[in-house]
Structures are given as structure tokens and as C-alpha cells.
Write a protein that binds this ligand. Structure first.
Ligand code: SF4
Length: 690
């Protein structure tokens, strides 16, 4: 019998690196992955998650039919019945009583349609997604300094840098194919400085490793800038011609409290390491900062981002190859979901919802018979759950696509209480997640390999995903579900798209950064970097070449002082608890924990404890311990390691049955509203009987 073998080129569904890969299809069923060499992002290489990104697709747990709650059980149903019920229920609520969560895992087309559905059909202003939980501080902080919140340079460009400072990003585990570019830069002579509380695989690769407590970023960065200025290593011409507010920065960073000896006392980082880092960064012809959630997931996340931007402008390292602020975005399409306006304050292309002119442009183009949502900023995801908990009469209904807040939100015990206050919840996903347990209706969606679309990676590269097999059972692409539901609710005209291509064409019209990007161009191996203003424009891999996106074209220094994190260890909770990803798993584990090769590596929660701390507590490697924070408690085994600072603990957040977010605090950054996942205080005790 002849087997039909095909390879379908697509984009990895996991991290924001956006590696291309080939899905191997045997007789219509995906059976493996193979390299796709023509992508400039990963040049045929994949990390373990990408290599095994096919294994969860045909897992028997996939949702195949809509489910409708009847009392305590779910009954399998048809899409027609599910749509009728949802349409009826949605009609009972006022627009402000409904919240929508879009998804950084879904395509640009799906996020765009979810945003249009929320603002046009439900007429609610409350739409957000998980970008709030990872890089809201980046968007806010970089917008204030540069007028644009995106990564400034491209991934291949990192290999051109002469000095790389990496902060709060375990790049070699979390964005492995970006880590490869760091190694390529080192092979060409670059210095690699890594600052993090854990001696991670990334630290092992560093030329200089700076170990410090989470939350000390501003102190360290101010110290480096002070040293650069004292040693005349600042770029005076760049500062004079391209920036403003420099004197305010200078005054702050030259204070005695930021001198290396003072910072050594504050953070424990040896002064000579700070002096070396400042010299390497200041003397390099080109230097770049890479950072991730260790920087953003703090109450001072926006200040951290502003400090990074200050360092880059101080040394004139922007707008040229090998330079820039390179914020590594988490999910595959978190950049795209933000670009599509799935945030409570902006329409597509980051145009403010409060701008009456933009509101009219969007509203006229959509042509709904009734006015769309009010021109007011809506609730962020963290605010949604707080309102649900404290004022449930204000928020009563939620429509959620491809998000699993019952694992991903901070202070999970409160979120669990909050979600039960909803009067009606619709969840659309590929598996029956922890959040589905609280739903009234669950809709089965197609996964990345069962639909077409575009997604935008961390470096603003818009590229294609392609359908390689049919979805299981009745499952459908999210965009189709949204269109069909909108039609049932009376909005067929506004949601009539023959295919994903026509949705993308509408995106190009309403998203200025995408205006020159066509569906055909996104299908090329290199995709297209936004901004791309016209069809003959090549796209923009490097931002801010000769002007910033601020109103006067100048970069703005923001002098920031060090502030300690919201919650530091004390007598009752003596350990600093921090969370993160490991190379084998992705976020809430919905996909990776159904991939055999990945679960064979690690499939259980654990907490890392310094060897000296373990000795003091008489805890042995592998023993279970009780971890208690002000938010909750967990029991899980200990990994005794030398790689983490004394007094600090680390726990991966992928394991729902032992979810690290039962302990984390929802203390939010006042400006970006991002929770402080990276720092909270805990107590660790031996479990009685051990
Ligand atoms: Fe996928 Fe990220 Fe790994 Fe690339 S680096 S294969 S995008 S998980």
C-alpha cells in the first residue's frame, strides 16, 4: 500500500522566537516534524519543544464537540445549540458586564476578530489577554521612552553585537534559538554579560555572570550608567542630537547610592563585576540588552524597562545593527495579539481607544448598525478578576479564547473564588483546561496545525502558519467559531470572510504598521517585519534608525530611582520565591504535558533550594516540603541545588496540580498592571513525618 507523505511549512506554536518547521503528514495525519532551513530566524534548528510540537496534536484528550453544562455535568452538544445558548445569554448582559480574553496562542486573524467581536458585537470595552502577564511593562515603558513598545532589532541581528547584556531572561532555556545568536556573537568576539538570581544554563555561557536578587534591576542599571558617565563612555553626540531629559538622568545615576560599592552593599554584587560590566558595555562598538519576564514581572517593571532604555540611549546603541532593546516576548503570538488591539486601551496598531478620530475610523469601517464600545479604556485581565471578586455585580459574563487563567493568573486561590462569581462563562480551547471546569459552554477549537493564518514573533516578523491536517471531530478554527457566533447574533455582514486571507486584508487596512504587508508576502520564508508602510517597502528589521516614534522624534530619558519589590522576605516568610519556565514545558502545560518526549524529561513540580538553606532546614534532596506564602500553600519535592542564591527559591509554573501561582501575589505594577510573579516571600518547612 502506498503511503502519502507530505511536508507542510509552518511556525512553532510555543515561544515568541517564531521558528519555522515542517510538519510531516502521513496519509492526512501529522506524524512528526522536519527542519525547514530557509527561515532566517532558526535556519532549520529547533529546540525540544519545537521538535516535539506535533505530539499533542492527536492526543485523545482533544475537545471534539461543544459541551454545555447541565448542573454539575457537561453534555455533548452541537455548535448550533451552543451558539443559540451563548447568543441568548450574551443578550442578557449590558456591555460593561461582559469581559473578553483573547489569546497570544491564536493567529492575528483570530485575535483581530475577537477584538472586533468584543468591541462591535458585545460592545464591551473590557478586552485583554496574557500580554498583561508578561510584557505589559515593556509596552508601557518603551512607549514612554521611544514612542513604540516593540523589540527594536531582529533575532539574526543579535549575532552582530559586540556586547550583550542579558537581564532576567534564561534565554538558553526559554528562547533557545535566540540563545544560539548569542553564541554566534561570542564566536565573533562579543562579550556576554548575564544578570540573574539563578546560575542557569544561560549563566554557564556568560563571560561575566552577575548574581543578584530579583527586583534589584534599577539599582544595577543605574550603577552601570553612573560608571559609564564617570569614565566618559557615554555617546555625547547621540545624547545631544537624538534625546532629551538627559540631565535629569545624569543627576540620579551619579548619586553616591548608585556607586559600585554602595550597590555591592545593597545587592551583594561585587563592585568589581559592576565596574567590568559598565566598561565592556560602554566600550563596545555595538551593544544590546536582551531581557524577559525577570525584568517585567515586577511591581517596578515599567521602571526596569525605562532603565534599560536609558542605558541604550546613553551609549547610543539604537537604530543600528547589533544594538537595541530586545525584549523577548513569551508566547508565539503575543506580539501579534497586542498589534491587533486585544488590549483594553488600544485599537489595532496601538491607536488609543480614547481618540475620537480613531474610534470613528474603526467604527465607520466596521459599519455596525449600533454604536461600538464606548471610547473609554476597559479592564485589564488582573482588574477583571479583582472586580469579579470584590464587586461581582459589575462584571457577570466572560468569553475566553485560548487562555487558562486558572493556572496562569497570580494568587490562584482568589482567582478560583472570583471565577465562580460569573453568571455565564464561555471557554474556547483545544483541551478541557482547568478553566473549562468553571465554564457554562466549552467550544472545541482547531490547534495551530489545523488552520491557516499569520502570527507575529518577538522581532515583529509577520509570518504564516499553515493547515497540515483536519481538526478532530467537530472542532473548528477559532476565527470560524467567532464568525458563526457573530452571524447567529445578527452580524453576518460584518463577519463574512471567505478565508483567513480576507481577514488579513482588513487587518492591513486598520493597522498602520501592517499597511504594506499582504497575505502573499507573509507566506515567504522570511515573512515581513512591521512597520511596513507600502507594498514595495521591504519591512523594518531595525527600528529608530534616525528618529524615535515620539511626537518630536527624540528619545526621552526617564530618571528612575531604585524601589524595593512589594514583598520582601521577613521573619515569618524568610525566603524569596521566584517562578519561571523550564526548557521542556510551556506555560500551563496544556500542550507540552501531552507530548511524550517532553514529559519523559520532567513531568512533576519541584522547588529549587540552595544547598546551604537545605542543610539549615535539615531537608534532603527529593524530600517533600510545605511552601507557604501570604496567598496560599503547596507541598512539593525539593531539588537541592548550588545554582540558586542562598535565601532564594525557584519553582516552574507549568504544573496545574501543584501550581506555583497559588503562592504568587497579584500586587500589580501601577502603570502596566503586570503582576509581580517574580518576587514574593515564602516559608519552607519539612512535611511532618519525613
Ligand atoms: Fe519553538 Fe521557541 Fe523552540 Fe523556536 S525556540 S523551536 S519557537 S519553542
Amino acid at each position: 500500500m502506498n503511503m502519502k507523505l507530505q511536508q507542510v511549512t509552518t511556525t512553532c506554536p510555543y515561544c515568541g522566537t517564531g521558528c519555522s518547521l515542517n510538519l510531516v503528514v502521513t496519509d492526512g495525519v501529522i506524524t512528526g516534524t522536519a527542519p525547514f532551513y530557509r527561515s532566517p530566524v532558526n535556519e532549520g534548528k529547533l529546540c525540544p519543544k519545537g521538535t516535539y510540537a506535533w505530539q499533542f496534536i492527536n492526543n485523545r484528550d482533544r475537545l471534539t464537540r461543544p459541551l454545555i453544562r447541565k448542573g454539575d455535568v457537561f453534555i455533548e452538544s452541537s455548535f448550533e445549540d451552543a451558539y443559540a445558548l451563548i447568543a441568548e445569554q450574551f443578550s442578557f448582559f449590558r456591555p460593561d458586564e461582559i469581559a473578553v480574553l483573547s489569546s497570544a496562542r491564536c493567529t492575528n486573524e483570530e485575535n483581530y476578530l475577537m477584538m472586533k467581536f468584543a468591541r462591535g458585537v458585545l460592545r464591551t470595552r473590557h478586552i485583554d489577554h496574557c500580554a498583561r502577564l508578561c510584557h505589559a511593562s515593556t509596552i508601557t515603558g518603551l512607549s514612554l521612552c521611544f514612542g513604540n513598545g516593540a523589540m527594536t532589532n531582529s533575532i539574526p541581528d543579535i549575532a552582530e553585537s559586540g556586547c550583550i547584556l542579558c537581564l532576567g531572561s534564561n534565554t538558553f532555556e526559554q528562547h533557545p534559538l535566540v540563545g544560539r545568536r548569542i553564541m554566534q556573537a561570542q564566536q565573533k568576539g562579543a562579550k556576554f554579560i548575564y544578570a540573574d538570581p539563578r546560575y542557569t544554563p544561560t549563566a554557564r555561557q556568560a563571560d561575566l555572570y552577575i548574581q543578584f536578587y530579583s527586583g534589584g534591576d534599577v539599582a544595577i542599571l543605574n550603577c552601570l550608567m553612573g560608571e559609564i558617565i564617570r569614565n566618559d563612555l557615554e555617546d555625547r553626540e547621540f545624547i545631544t542630537t537624538r534625546t532629551r531629559e538627559y540631565e535629569k538622568l545624569r543627576k540620579v545615576v551619579l548619586q553616591r547610592r548608585y556607586e559600585p560599592e554602595s550597590i555591592e552593599k545593597l545587592t551583594g554584587v561585587p563592585a568589581n563585576q559592576l565596574v567590568t560590566a559598565a566598561r565592556w558595555f560602554g566600550e563596545a562598538d555595538t551593544a544590546t540588552v536582551l531581557y524577559s519576564m525577570g525584568v517585567t514581572q515586577n511591581t517596578v517593571g515599567v521602571d526596569n524597562v525605562k532603565s534599560v532604555a536609558n542605558l541604550i540611549m546613553l551609549t547610543g546603541n539604537i537604530g543600528k545593527p547589533g544594538s537595541g532593546v530586545n525584549a523577548l516576548r513569551g508566547q508565539n503570538n503575543v506580539q501579534g495579539a497586542c498589534d491587533m488591539g486585544c488590549l483594553p486601551n488600544v485599537f489595532p496598531g496601538y491607536r488609543k481607544v480614547t481618540d475620537g478620530r480613531v474610534h470613528k475610523i474603526v467604527s465607520d469601517y466596521w459599519d455596525f448598525s449600533e454604536p461600538i464600545c464606548e471610547p473609554r479604556v476597559g479592564y485589564e485581565i488582573t482588574t477583571m478578576f479583582r472586580v469579579l471578586l470584590e464587586r461581582p455585580w459589575e462584571l457577570k459574563c466572560m468569553y475566553l479564547m485560548g487562555e487558562n487563567p486558572l493556572v496562569s493568573e497570580p494568587d490562584l486561590n482568589s482567582v478560583e473564588d472570583a471565577i465562580q462569581n460569573l453568571e455565564f462563562l464561555v471557554v474556547q480551547d483545544i483541551f478541557f483546561t482547568e478553566t473549562c471546569q468553571y465554564a457554562d459552554v466549552v467550544l472545541p477549537a482547531a490547534c495551530y496545525a489545523e488552520k491557516n493564518g499569520t502570527q507575529t514573533n518577538t522581532e515583529r516578523r509577520v509570518q504564516r502558519i499553515r493547515k497540515a491536517q483536519n481538526p478532530p471531530g467537530q472542532a473548528k478554527p477559532d476565527w470560524k467559531i467567532i464568525c458563526e457566533l457573530a452571524a447567529v447574533m445578527g452580524y453576518k455582514k460584518q463577519f463574512s470572510y471567505p478565508s483567513e486571507k480576507e481577514i488579513f486584508e482588513e487587518i492591513s487596512v486598520l493597522t498602520p504598521q501592517y499597511s504594506g504587508i499582504t497575505w502573499e508576502r507573509t507566506g515567504r520564508p522570511a515573512g515581513v517585519h512591521w512597520p511596513c508602510p507600502s507594498a514595495d517597502h521591504p519591512g523594518t528589521p531595525i527600528l529608530h534608525h534616525d528618529r524615535f516614534d515620539t511626537s518630536d522624534g527624540l528619545g526621552v530619558f526617564h530618571a528612575v530611582e531604585y524601589k524595593p519589590p512589594h514583598e520582601l522576605p521577613d521573619e515569618s516568610y524568610p525566603f524569596l520565591f521566584t517562578t519561571g519556565r523550564i526548557i521542556w514545558h510551556w506555560h500551563t502545560g496544556t500542550m507540552t504535558r501531552r507530548s511524550k518526549n517532553l514529559t519523559d524529561e520532567v513531568n512533576k513540580a519541584y522547588i529549587e533550594l540552595n544547598v546551604e538553606d537545605a542543610r539549615n532546614l535539615a531537608i534532603r534532596d527529593g524530600e517533600p516540603v510545605r511552601i507557604t506564602s501570604r496567598q496560599g500553600e503547596l507541598v512539593c519535592p525539593v531539588r537541592v541545588v548550588r545554582d540558586i542564591m542562598k535565601g532564594v527559591t525557584f519553582m516552574p509554573f507549568h504544573f496545574a496540580e501543584c501550581a506555583a501561582n497559588r503562592l504568587t501575589t497579584d500586587a500589580g505594577n501601577q502603570v502596566g498592571k503586570i503582576p509581580e510573579y517574580k518576587v514574593c516571600a515564602v516559608r519552607i518547612e519539612k512535611v511532618r513525618g519525613n
